[in-house]
Design a binder for this molecule. Sequence first.
Ligand code: AMP
Length: 192
Amino acid sequence: MRLVLIGPPGAGKGTQAAILRKDLGIPHISTGDLFREHVSRRTALGQDAQRYLDTGELVPDDITDEMIRRRLAEPDTQGGFLLDGYPRTVRQAEELGSMLSDSEGGIDAVLEFTAPEDVVVPRLLSRGRADDTEQVIRHRQQVYRSQTAPLLAHYAARLLTFHAVGSAEQIGERVLTALKERGLVTRRDESA
Ligand code: AMP
């Protein structure tokens, strides 16, 4: 199963991806994590990406698309994947569609996680990542609203929306139930 997770920074995408990864037995691919790994390993890609991460701007598409293309070529993605943080623009969604050589994008469902800004900002501040200063957080929320939110219309036919209310486990259960109701998860898919 191929899933895309969308939501503003701090809405719990990464947490849900970690839960679903276990339940569904498919890899969690986070562009933010991949970039941070490159930065910490001081690769050329990491050096190119760092200033964008520091300010909360999107890393240019040529760098991002190529990194994802390589990751999706790895054998563990054969049975599907959870994409967290990509695509982040309509253009990246189109690029993903062509990578998966499927006009529909080859995506089974898009999971949207919503949470109000006054809930996510304190949550991110307590997380303490390098790009979790209040100014950068506010900017990332703005980038989400202007560049990423339009993706929701692009994926309208496959969109499942979850309000980030309740514990991570409760939200994860709601996601699994919704995927089962749509016939996307069968007993065979569940690795647990
Ligand atoms: P995240 O961990 O998803 O909050 O991403 C952290 C940072 O990585 C973002 O603020 C961007 O600078 C960069 N980033 C992650 N995913 C993408 C993407 N799909 N396109 C461009 N930049 C990205």
